[in-house]
Ligand binder design. Structure first.
Ligand SMILES: [Zn+2]
Length: 481
């Protein structure tokens, strides 16, 4: 869909930057703009200055996006801004500007008539500078929305994790609906707020638009940098002061061309239906926390990516915000790797995480973690691989419907298995090596072996604890042919 197109363009920019021009905002002046300069128009007296005003708007948008490698042009570009469009034909908006990410390509609109009707831009107040600043700033604002920015990001220290009142249905709340507590927490004085390009319409008036040079806040800057770089480190982004911990929120679609690392003190919040399309070999490393709302999809952009790595202290938290669409990890070499984790690396609540179409579903190294509510489908090699002597994870309420081996426990590792279902393996459901062990005394496992293969293959002498009375073997009393 929409944002994908924007970032696909940016990706092409990355690939071909040495031979092509940068991604460009195309400023398209329509009759709604030029009419104001014709006979009877509000800006008739400025008829001879119309090109200068266009240049002024171009300069302002250009300056706003200079740091991000995006330019503005009057003749061509990738992101259209229709200046002069009446917005009522696009969903009845009566505002001064709008953006539509349901059109292709994503397009921003400016209702020039709404500006010309304001006394702050009439008579002696109708100058090249004032009109340019008002329209240019609004153009940059609407393009900002197309690049995943929201009004509430006009606070430098916006934090999606602070007091969940800022999250409605899994997305950042409107700036005008922030509680006083939120406003105080994201403290910034009201005058400064007006200098931020993403501040919402009710907070800045036409006079201020005409007289104020505006810029992106530090939080907007961090979101833009994350998106335009195709991911990156969630820690101290350039420009953020030491006192601001960056907990980044992301929504929409993003082609990820950098490894994403969430540092131990930071968090990444993925709004409902976010799609991260990972480039070949890229990883997401969680040392802090990632929150996953409904419908979040981690997938490949072309060939397989390398998956999510959850290190000691890292957590992936699943929540219910945004509906009931599955949360899925697919097309990775290893869907999830869990390293030295002794707590709850995947905090599911009651929600199932699906790991689909991966080579290996999950590897668990040196961990005593509890893994639960995960469904493995279309796995090529092992669904779950457990290794190293200090590994003794508890695997609960897991469904494995495909794979070479369902659970492969390497030498000296242990595991506890409860309430899980294993069926449809190419080889054995559970396989373990020398000195490995599995404790199924908790029972309630439902294991159906493939004909000619083993439900449990204790191929080499191992420590085995199984209470068959409380497990179901598809009615069989012999667990192998
Ligand atoms: Zn807006």
């Amino acid at each position: 869909m929409k944002l994908q197109i924007t970032f696909l363009s940016l990706l092409l920019l990355t690939l071909f930057s040495s031979v092509s021009s940068a991604t460009t905002i195309h400023l398209i002046f329509e009759s709604g703009f030029t009419d104001e300069f014709d006979s009877g128009g509000e800006w008739e007296a400025l008829y001879d200055d119309i090109d200068e005003i266009k240049d002024e708007i171009e300069d302002i948008v250009d300056a706003d996006y200079l740091a991000y490698g995006i330019g503005a042009s009057l003749t061509s570009g990738d992101i259209p801004v229709c200046i002069g469009r009446t917005l009522t034909s696009y969903g009845g908006s009566s505002g001064i500007g709008a953006f539509y990410s349901s059109s292709v390509p994503d397009t921003a609109y400016i209702n020039v008539e709404k500006f010309a009707d304001q006394s702050a831009l009439q008579g002696v107040l109708a100058t090249i500078e004032r009109i340019g600043r008002a329209l240019g700033g609004t153009a940059s604002h609407e393009v900002g929305h197309l690049l995943n920015l929201r009004h509430v990001y006009s606070y430098d220290s916006y934090d999606p994790y602070y007091d969940y009142q800022v999250i409605e249905g899994g997305v950042p709340t409107e700036q005008t609906e922030l509680s006083d507590d939120n406003k105080n927490h994201f403290a910034i004085d009201s005058k400064t707020l007006k200098y931020n390009l993403m501040t919402s319409g009710g907070i800045i008036d036409t006079t201020e638009r005409a007289e104020t040079d505006r810029d992106f806040s530090k939080y907007s800057d961090a979101v833009l940098v994350f998106g335009l770089n195709g991911g990156g480190s969630i820690s101290g982004h350039v420009g953020l002061s030491d006192t601001v911990d960056l907990n980044l929120v992301w929504g929409g679609e993003l082609t990820v061309s950098s490894n994403i690392t969430v540092d131990s003190d930071n968090k990444l919040y993925l709004s409902p239906n976010t799609t991260l399309k990972m480039n070949s070999g890229k990883t997401i490393t969680i040392n802090g926390e990632i929150t996953v709302c409904s419908g979040v999809l981690f997938t490949k952009s072309s060939t397989n990516w390398d998956g999510i790595i959850i290190n000691n202290g890292g957590t992936m938290t699943l929540n219910s915000l945004g509906g009931t669409i599955a949360k899925k990890i697919e097309y990775a070499t290893t869907g999830v790797t869990i390293n030295a984790n002794s707590s709850t690396p995947i905090d599911n609540g009651v929600y199932t995480l699906t790991i689909d179409n991966c080579t290996t579903g999950m590897t668990i190294y040196n961990s005593t973690a509890t893994i639960q509510n995960i469904s493995f489908d279309n796995i090529t090699d092992d669904a779950i691989e457990i290794d190293y002597s200090s590994s003794d994870p508890t695997i609960d309420a897991v469904s494995i419907y495909d794979g070479e081996y369902g659970i492969d426990i390497h030498s000296s590792a242990d595991a506890t298995l409860t309430d899980s279902e294993l069926e449809g393996m190419d080889e054995d459901n559970i396989y373990f090596e020398n000195s490995a062990g599995i404790d199924m005394n908790g029972g309630h496992n439902d294991v159906t072996r493939t004909s000619g293969k083993h439900a449990i293959n204790n191929a080499r002498p191992s420590t085995v604890f199984i209470n068959v009375n409380y497990n179901y073997w598809n009615g069989e009393t012999t667990l192998s042919d």
